[in-house]
Design a protein around this ligand. Structure first.
Ligand SMILES: O=C(O)[C@H]1O[C@H](OP(=O)(O)OP(=O)(O)OC[C@H]2O[C@@H](n3ccc(=O)[nH]c3=O)[C@H](O)[C@@H]2O)[C@H](O)[C@@H](O)[C@@H]1O
Length: 412
């Protein structure tokens, strides 16, 4: 258990002091179509779940006090600062304000799907900050010009000052070929970027969710991986900029939580796939689908018996929103426990997309984890979340998106 005595700091400026009247009342949502994703189980952002902001804040405040009390009695990581007190104005019920949400990395693969889901709730205003290193404006095309949406070209290694209630901090390249391309920049993004976002959360009293990664378990010696496992990570390897970067980011989140009372959420996300992944992303599912559509051999990196567990992107987004809206800090694993060897994945892609294709064994890269499968007991218990979409159902949805973008029609 941590043993940090309370620091004589000024408490974070309470977000409850901000009063924003509801805007965009006359906006016609059909003008901006929502994405055609498979059904998701989340109810947290459904219009039916809308409550008055003042009620929500009072509820959050009381709940947070209870959570702190519970955490204290459980001996968990507890905040030493009291939560911000809702202002009388926010409690007055004369005001109904929107939830203003910042998504860093919101132009990326998972980020843009998260934005789609958040925008479905007309109470949300969404601000995306992205430097477009791996993300693309194209992923957000349908929201550009929407009155509840704002897009900023911004690199999180620089401070950002915006008034927000929640921060989803996703910004970081996640494909090994991209993060190894500029490892110094990757670790700066994870460390300085997370510091900047925590500084912002502290300044405006926002709740912040970090998308950490299954890579914090390194090449795991415990299988499947529960959140209590501390991992087996090479601190000086070619993947360390990402693995260790995310581990430091988690440390920073808990230090700000304990020292400054910041409301934090940490998701450890496992391999995720779906439409909008970069075609030349370099990760295994996108590689195999692109190769199958281009009639190229599927490149299985040796030995091919290494395993991964693949989560479809809409399930992932559902889990992230549930974590943000719930009362648990995490870290919580979010992933699909269905585990496959890379040879099995190649065979599945071959069978579903292009039965004539060859499977070729190629050289692997250093420190490739040999097995990975999430233990999602906590996600089930604490978030009421589990994935719905099986690999065999998700692959054709991604195939359809890749066919469109590559201009390869399905042979009848
Ligand atoms: O997809 C993800 O979500 C994760 O991707 C990477 O982790 P990794 O599991 O190494 O992802 P891939 O590059 O897709 O590799 C998975 C496995 O497939 C193999 N692979 C990859 C590419 C390929 O063409 N062929 C192939 O067999 C790799 O050797 C590895 O064993 C990132 O490091 C994670 O942060 C991220 O969460």
């Amino acid at each position: 258990m941590d043993n940090i005595s309370p620091q004589p700091q000024t408490p974070p400026s309470p977000k409850e002091n901000k009063v924003r009247p509801t805007k965009f009342k006359n906006f016609n949502p059909t003008q901006f179509q929502t994405p055609n994703l498979p059904p998701s189980t989340s109810s947290s952002t459904s219009p039916g779940g809308i409550v008055f902001a003042a009620d929500r804040l009072t509820f959050k405040f009381v709940n947070r006090l209870l959570t702190m009390e519970n955490n204290a009695s459980n001996g968990e990581h507890k905040a030493t600062k009291p939560p911000p007190t809702p202002s009388p104005l926010r409690n007055s019920k004369f005001f109904q304000s929107n939830m203003r949400i910042l998504v860093t990395g919101g132009a990326g693969f998972i980020g843009s799907h998260l934005v789609d889901k958040l925008m479905e709730n007309e109470k949300n205003e969404v601000i995306v900050a992205d430097n477009y290193f791996t993300g693309s404006k194209d992923n957000l095309r349908k929201w550009i010009g929407h009155p509840r949406f704002e897009l900023i070209r911004h690199d999180v290694t620089e401070p950002l000052l915006v008034e927000v209630d929640q921060i989803y901090h996703l910004a970081c390249p996640a494909s090994p070929i991209f993060y190894k391309h500029n490892p110094v920049k990757t670790i700066k993004t994870n460390v300085i970027g997370t510091l900047n976002m925590l500084g912002l959360a502290k300044r405006v009293g926002a709740r912040i969710l970090l998308t950490s990664t299954s890579e914090v378990y390194g090449d795991p010696l415990v299988h499947p991986q529960p959140e209590s496992y501390w991992g087996n990570v090479n601190p000086i390897g070619v993947r360390s900029c990402y693995d260790e970067g995310k581990r430091v980011a988690e440390t920073l989140m808990f230090d700000y939580h304990r020292q400054h009372g910041i409301e934090i959420r940490i998701a450890r996300i496992f391999n995720t796939y779906g439409p909008r992944m970069n075609i030349d992303d370099g990760r295994v599912v996108s590689n195999f689908i692109a190769q199958a559509l281009r009639d190229e051999p599927l490149t299985v990196q040796a030995p091919g018996t290494q395993t991964r567990s693949f989560c479809y992107v809409s399930d992932m987004v559902d889990g992230l929103i549930r974590l943000m809206e719930g009362e648990n800090t995490g870290p919580i694993n979010i992933g699909n426990p269905g585990e496959f060897t890379m040879i099995e994945l190649a065979e599945t892609v071959k069978e579903l997309i292009n039965p004539k294709i060859e499977i070729k064994m190629v050289e692997n890269t250093p420190d490739d984890p040999r097995q990975r499968k999430p233990d999602i007991t906590n996600a089930k218990k604490m978030l009421g979340w589990e994935p719905n979409i099986k690999l065999r159902d998700g692959l054709p949805l991604m195939e359809a998106d890749f066919r469109l973008r590559l201009g390869v029609a399905k042979k009848l």
